[in-house]
Design a protein around this ligand. Structure first.
Ligand SMILES: [Zn+2]
Length: 80
């Protein structure tokens, strides 16, 4: 979950799963996290609704541990 100030600068990021506040410096996240955003289309039960959430790295790791199939891992040449 993200909070922005009046200048639309990122002010706070809180893990939706455990409520941990993520480390943020000058609007930039300084720790591992997962940002989820999905718009559900006409063929879903959530017709046209967008869902957004943030997870800290610990909660992300717990989530993917429950997958029957592992996540695909791709080594990126550039990270930001
Ligand atoms: Zn968490």
């Amino acid at each position: 979950m993200r909070q922005y100030n009046e200048e639309n600068q990122l002010e706070k990021v809180i893990c939706n799963q455990c409520k941990k506040e993520l480390k943020l410096e000058n609007g930039i996240l300084k720790e591992g996290h997962f940002e989820g955003k999905q718009t559900f289309g006409y063929f879903s039960d959530k017709d046209g609704m967008t869902h957004k959430f943030d997870l800290c790295e610990d909660c992300y790791n717990k989530l993917i541990q429950n997958f029957e199939m592992p996540v695909e891992e791709i080594e990126e040449k550039e990270i930001f």
